[in-house]
Write a protein that binds this ligand. Structure first.
Ligand code: HEC
Length: 202
C-alpha cells in the first residue's frame, strides 16, 4: 500500500511538472501571438484616426499649432519659399518659388512625406536627415538623385519626425484648403491685428 502511495505522489508530481511546463510554454506562445492583434489594432487606429485621411481636422491643442507655426517660420524656414501664409508668395526673393500650400491636394500623410523626403527633381528640400541614406524615401539613395536634372537644395535645417508632424498639423489647421488670405483670416492667423494684415483691405 505504502509503495503505491509513494508512486501515486511521484506520478502526481511528474504530471504537475509536465503541466506547468506546458502551461508556461503555452503562455509564452500566447504572449507572442497576442502582439499580432495589438499591432493590427494600432495600425487600424492610425488609418481610422480623423485627420489621417483627407483634410479633416484632428482635435489639436493651440500650443501644438503654435509650435508647428514657429517651426514653419523659423527652423524649417518654409516661408522663405512658400510665403508666411503658405500661398507661394515667398518672403525671400532669392529663394525658389514654393508651391501654394493653401491649394494643395495632399492629405496629412502626403504632406508628411513631402516634408520628410522633399520632391526629387524639384527645389523642395528633404527635411529628414536620413531621407536618402537608407532608402526610407521612395526607396532611393543619394546616388539615385544625381540622375535628376534639378537638384534638391539642402534644407535650412533638418527636422525630427515630431517636428514634421507638428508642421503638418499646423498646415492642416491654418493653411491647407483655407482659400486666399484676407484681412479677417490674417487677423485669425496671427491671433491679432498685425502689420502683415495691413495689406488686406477686405
Ligand atoms: C528652398 C525652397 C523651399 C523650402 C525651404 C521649402 N519648400 Fe516646400 N516646396 C518648394 C518647391 C519649389 C515646391 C514645388 C515642388 C514641385 O515642383 O513640385 C515645394 C513643394 C512643397 C509641397 C508640395 C505641395 C503640393 O501640393 O505638391 C509641400 C507640402 C511643401 N513644399 C511643404 C514645405 C514645408 C512644410 C516646408 C518647411 C518645412 C517647405 N516646404 C520648405 C520649395 C521649398
Amino acid at each position: 500500500m505504502c509503495h503505491f502511495t509513494v508512486l501515486f505522489h511521484k506520478i502526481n508530481a511528474a504530471l504537475y511538472t509536465a503541466f506547468m511546463t506546458k502551461a508556461r510554454k503555452h503562455s509564452t506562445k500566447l504572449r507572442v501571438f497576442s502582439k499580432g492583434p495589438v499591432v493590427v489594432a494600432l495600425m487600424a487606429l492610425a488609418f481610422v484616426a480623423p485627420g489621417a485621411q483627407g483634410q479633416e481636422q484632428q482635435p489639436l491643442n493651440a500650443s501644438d499649432i503654435a509650435d508647428g507655426m514657429r517651426l514653419f517660420q523659423q527652423k524649417g524656414n518654409c516661408q522663405a519659399c512658400h510665403g508666411w501664409s503658405g500661398d507661394g508668395h515667398k518672403t525671400d526673393s532669392q529663394m525658389p518659388d514654393g508651391a501654394n500650400l493653401r491649394d494643395t491636394k495632399l492629405n496629412r500623410s502626403g504632406l508628411v512625406t513631402i516634408i520628410k523626403c522633399g520632391r526629387p527633381n524639384s527645389q523642395m528640400p528633404a527635411f529628414d536627415k536620413f531621407a536618402y541614406s537608407d532608402g526610407r524615401c521612395y526607396g532611393k539613395k543619394q546616388a539615385d538623385l544625381r540622375s535628376y536634372p534639378t537638384r534638391m537644395p539642402d534644407p535650412p535645417s533638418t527636422l525630427q519626425q515630431r517636428e514634421i508632424d507638428l508642421i503638418a498639423d499646423f498646415l492642416i489647421a491654418k493653411i491647407v484648403g483655407k482659400g486666399p488670405m484676407n484681412h479677417a483670416k490674417c487677423v485669425e492667423f496671427w491671433g491679432s491685428e498685425t502689420d502683415a494684415c495691413k495689406e488686406f483691405s477686405n
